[in-house]
Design a binder for this molecule. Structure first.
Ligand SMILES: Cc1cc2nc3c(=O)[nH]c(=O)nc-3n(C[C@H](O)[C@H](O)[C@H](O)COP(=O)(O)O)c2cc1C
Length: 201
């Protein structure tokens, strides 16, 4: 008989999701046709230890830096068992935003404090008076820029401030990245993972 998680089990939704994945792995891959359960299931065949959360990463990028970091973050979070959607901001509307549960924005700033071209439409729509409320959205922003410009990382700050004003909840504070963004990206990833794991617990 397949192993299942009883509805009355005293676990959170995220814990039940993880346990169900674990039991599914036992039910399918690990139990041989004879029905005998191996005493030491292979760790490689088990689902990751953290519960998977739905995460949407949007990148706003003029020359590819934010896009590359979006891809890298997407791979890292997927390897932890989360369910990832990675999108160009140009392909995302404010209506799409209302359905995002955990939203990560990685964007540069261009011109004189302006959004990169692919982020301009969403930036404008989000700042419109009819922008939707986003109370069910958790979010984090990684802002790329260059501190030689007076409006350092302004586009990232615009998104952070506007999402907050529309009721979305910051998972972590905004992180600014100067031209050498490796350290800030590592810091952002580490803080975000910590926040996501407390959300999943
Ligand atoms: C023409 C130009 C304008 C820029 N304007 C700003 C700016 O106003 N504020 C800022 O913080 N960075 C500014 N930057 C720096 C970029 O945001 C930074 O190089 C970033 O890493 C680019 O990332 P991307 O490839 O994802 O677009 C500018 C860069 C260029 C080339």
């Amino acid at each position: 008989m397949p192993l299942t998680v009883p509805n009355t089990a005293p676990f959170s939704g995220a814990q039940k999701m993880w346990l169900k994945g674990y039991l599914d792995a036992l039910n399918s891959a690990l139990i041989p046709a004879s029905g005998a359960i191996p005493s030491h299931p292979s760790a490689a065949s088990l689902p990751p230890a953290s519960a998977g959360l739905p995460i949407t990463i949007l990148w706003g990028s003029q020359t590819g830096n934010s896009e590359a970091l979006g891809k890298k973050l997407s791979k890292t979070l997927a390897s932890k068992g989360h369910s990832l959607t990675l999108r160009d901001m140009a392909d995302f509307s404010t209506t799409d935003l209302t359905a995002a549960k955990n939203l990560i924005i990685i964007t540069s700033t261009y011109g004189d404090g302006e959004p990169p071209d692919n982020a301009a439409a969403l930036h404008t729509a989000l700042h419109a008076s009819d922008a939707p409320q986003l109370a069910s959205v958790n979010f984090a922003v990684l802002a790329l820029g260059d501190s030689n410009y007076p409006d350092f990382c302004k586009c990232g700050h615009d998104f952070h401030a506007r999402l907050t004003a529309l009721g979305a909840k910051p998972l972590i504070q905004i992180i600014e990245s100067d031209v050498d963004y490796d350290d800030s990206f590592a810091k952002f990833t580490q803080q975000l993972e910590q926040s996501l794991s407390s959300l999943a617990a």
